[in-house]
Write a protein that binds this ligand. Structure first.
Ligand SMILES: Nc1ncnc2c1ncn2[C@@H]1O[C@H](COP(=O)(O)OP(=O)(O)OP(=O)(O)O)[C@@H](O)[C@H]1O
Ligand SMILES: [Zn+2]
Length: 719
């Protein structure tokens, strides 16, 4: 009887694959990476374990090519977490498992040997190729032979081999001191506020077991300090903390803060902005680090001594991945906490209604920080500028300009928020009405003046700015509406003395944030103009004014989450003002000052508005009172996309507890030449909905004619 190994591969197929294991391979630990033949190619897969029997005939079974024992195996808890995701998101296990690995480890070429080596001689010269190859072989042998490779390599670090190891991507194995060698010191921290202390008193006893704790703390209430104290307690027990944050931009800032606070501790960061080699190194270092700080993908990082998971700004939409595996890192974090028996702390000044509802009904522990941490700091006064009565010029009203001028005169900083990047949302022909359509999408091409382009923010198309109207030849084309570039231009003209900096996706690279932070703190900037990037987590003590332009589009949007999102965004932007000793002020330009959202906002009443929205959702049978799954289809024609969905609806198992709605065109109906349609499925019972999709999904594979693409989105956030 040959032994048979079950292997997960990165394919769209919802199945696992059996391979014959040669006797020479010995026993293979589940989670090991193996190279196997697949069709006419070879693939790296994850060994899941031996199986007694295979449906494939013994003569048809192909053989494992080799076990990649030069890299660590996925731990059992990651295998379990991936299995949860496969079941919950109805996505192939193999694709999930391979996606958790940094790209370098997925290469079948020997991991150590394929990377460029820097081998130095004793004299510090770069060694000649033959010597390099010898050193490489010697190190590989050492790695294979060493009963405890890390120990061995650590010893070698003293010698000249260190550089070679670093270059080979093994830095993580060598530069990490063993846990006992670290003498933890905690840097000076301010005395906790009464609110922070009360929160700690509630949270500390929760360590050591699973539970979800929602920290609802007003902007500037010192949630970061609370996390730090909690993490301190976790590290003192010899355990690790995983901290998930929404934005790459915030990592350097936060990392610096954490490092200063815990000198001598081992940190690792993971996010998609890291170079491949750094990402691989950090991933390898994760099992030995004390604190892992990262964006959503780090929820799958290998952490052997996990003791706490923190999800900061838990309401943020970027925790949800919008393609391939459409997971919510917040929800996966909760699943991981549950599997590992570890507490999960969700923090936000504006929690998602999903989380807040769970806190109200008692499933999550609700912890509130109601005051700003700095004793003199008050929440800012919020005023509305009524656009129905006050004229706008280039997007700005007179009162808005006046407060900007006053703030500037006092030597304080301001923030101007406009959630639209580019110069203008469209280019317009006054004579024939042409409005820069994207040839491939249902959206408009956005005018970018700085790069002299028209750009589609949906499909990425870029063209030069036409010198005359493509419709009628009129040479006098006009920008339509306001974007951040235009606003920057206007403000520069109106406030020539102000030092202005624009912050949006066109200007910011992750590295630029540290420099920006220093410039704002150092008083080198008077005015920040930007998109929602500005709204997240920044703490600038001299910033006293937040000016918010044109957010009305969201007030009457058909998206049922639009008001929730707008409210959170406005609260977050407003929350950047007056965080220290100087009082803050917020001005919002709106044509709908009577909208109830503003009443709650002016009272800083998150919980009042959240409860009002929840009551509405309950009445309308919307999430979080119902669970949703969206089947999305894309095809060259809308008719084909809809036909696929109608066929899918006809195949739906009849279940009393589950409603299947009519297939409809997506709100953004065409992107990159594909028409998009969707079919909504919903149920008050998660279990019923899950069971429904489990039965239904396999049938979708068989629908003919096929569409270009279809996918299931469990708990969809964007429609
Ligand atoms: N116990 C404390 N004593 C004095 N100052 C504190 C204390 N805790 C936090 N602070 C300060 O209060 C300010 C706000 O803290 P922090 O940025 O953590 O707030 P936050 O709750 O994360 O806010 P947001 O949700 O707006 O990002 C920071 O300048 C921080 O240094
Ligand atoms: Zn486009």
């Amino acid at each position: 009887m040959p032994s048979i190994l079950q292997v997960a591969l990165d394919t769209p197929l919802h199945r696992l694959f059996d391979y014959r294991l040669p006797d020479s391979a010995g026993t293979v630990q589940p989670g090991s990476l193996v190279e196997v033949p697949f069709g006419r190619t070879r693939q790296v897969g994850i060994a899941l374990g031996p199986v007694a029997d295979s449906t494939v005939g013994a003569d048809k079974l192909r053989e494992v090519i080799r076990v990649l024992d030069d890299r660590p195996a996925l731990s059992p808890d990651i295998l379990r977490l991936a299995q949860f995701c496969a079941d919950y998101y109805h996505y192939p296990l193999g694709a999930i498992l391979l996606a958790t690995l940094p790209p370098r480890l997925k290469n079948a070429t020997p991991f150590v040997a394929d990377t460029p080596w820097l081998v130095l001689t004793e004299a510090g010269q770069v060694a000649e190729p033959a010597a390099r190859a010898r050193a490489q072989r010697a190190l590989l042998d050492a790695l294979r032979a060493a009963p405890q490779p890390r120990e061995t390599l650590r010893a070698q670090k003293q010698g000249r081999h260190a550089a070679a190891l670093v270059a080979a991507g093994w830095a993580a194995w060598t530069s990490v001191p063993p846990p006992s060698a670290v003498a933890p010191r905690t840097a000076e921290s301010p005395p906790a506020t009464a609110g922070q202390q009360a929160a700690l008193d509630a949270l500390l006893p929760a360590l050591g077991k699973f539970g979800v704790h929602l920290v609802h703390g007003v902007t500037g209430s010192g949630k970061t300090e609370l996390y730090l104290r909690l993490i301190d307690a976790v590290l003192a027990r010899g355990l690790q903390a995983l901290v998930l944050i929404p934005e790459i931009a915030l990592t350097p800032q936060l990392e610096q803060h954490f490092r200063r606070r815990f000198p001598g501790r081992r940190f690792a960061t993971l996010h998609s902005g890291l170079a491949e080699s750094a990402r691989t190194e950090n991933w390898l270092a994760a099992p030995d680090c004390d604190v892992l700080l990262g964006t959503r993908l780090s929820v799958f990082a290998p952490l052997s001594r996990l003791g706490l998971i923190v999800v900061d700004e838990e309401h943020d939409a970027s925790f949800k991945q919008q393609d391939s595996l459409r997971y919510s890192a917040r929800d996966v974090a909760i699943a991981r906490g549950k599997q590992r028996g570890v507490p999960v702390v969700l923090g936000s000044a504006t929690p998602s209604l999903e989380s807040y509802a769970q806190a109200i009904n008692g499933r999550y522990q609700l912890i509130e920080l109601k005051q700003r941490a700095i004793s003199q700091a008050r929440l800012p006064a919020i005023e509305l500028v009524d656009l129905k009565h006050i004229p706008v010029d280039n997007g700005l009203t007179r009162p808005a300009l006046q407060v900007l001028t006053d703030t500037l005169a006092r030597g304080e900083q301001s923030l101007v928020f406009l959630n639209r990047r580019g110069y203008a949302p469209a280019l317009y022909c006054p004579s024939c009405g042409w409005v820069s359509p994207c040839p491939h999408c249902s959206g408009r091409l956005v005018l970018h003046r700085t790069s002299h382009r028209l750009k589609c923010h949906h499909c990425g198309l870029e063209t030069r700015i036409p010198s005359e109207c493509p419709g009628c030849g009129n040479p006098d084309l006009k920008p339509l509406g306001q974007g951040t570039q235009r606003l920057e231009e206007t403000l520069t003209a109106l406030l020539p003395a102000a030092r202005i900096r624009r912050i949006d996706r066109d200007t910011m690279r992750p590295r630029a944030w540290a420099e920006l932070g220093a410039a704002v703190h150092g008083g080198e900037i008077d005015l920040l103009v930007g998109t929602q990037m500005l709204a997240k987590g920044h703490d600038f003590p001299n910033m006293t004014l937040a000016l918010i332009l044109d957010t009305d589009g969201a007030l009457y949007s058909p998206d049922f989450r639009a008001t929730e999102r707008l409210f959170a965004q406005l609260m977050q932007v407003a929350g950047r003002a007056g965080r220290a000793d100087k009082p803050g002020r917020v001005l919002i330009q709106t044509a709908f000052p009577d909208h109830p959202l503003f009443r709650y906002l002016q009272r800083h009443d998150y919980s009042g508005y959240a409860r009002a929205l929840l009551a509405e959702r309950k009445q309308l049978d919307l999430p979080p009172f119902t669970r949703q799954v969206l089947l999305r289809a894309e095809a060259p024609t809308m008719a084909a996309a809809l036909a696929f969905l109608q066929r899918a609806a006809a195949l739906a198992p009849a279940t009393a507890d589950v409603s299947v709605f009519a297939a409809t065109p997506a709100p953004m109906a065409r992107v990159a030449n594909l028409e998009r349609a969707q079919l909504l499925i919903q149920s008050a019972q998660r279990q019923a909905l899950q069971a429904f999709v489990r039965d239904w999904r396999p049938q979708l594979d068989g629908i003919r004619p096929r569409v270009a693409r279809w996918s299931l989105d469990v708990d969809p956030l964007v429609f």
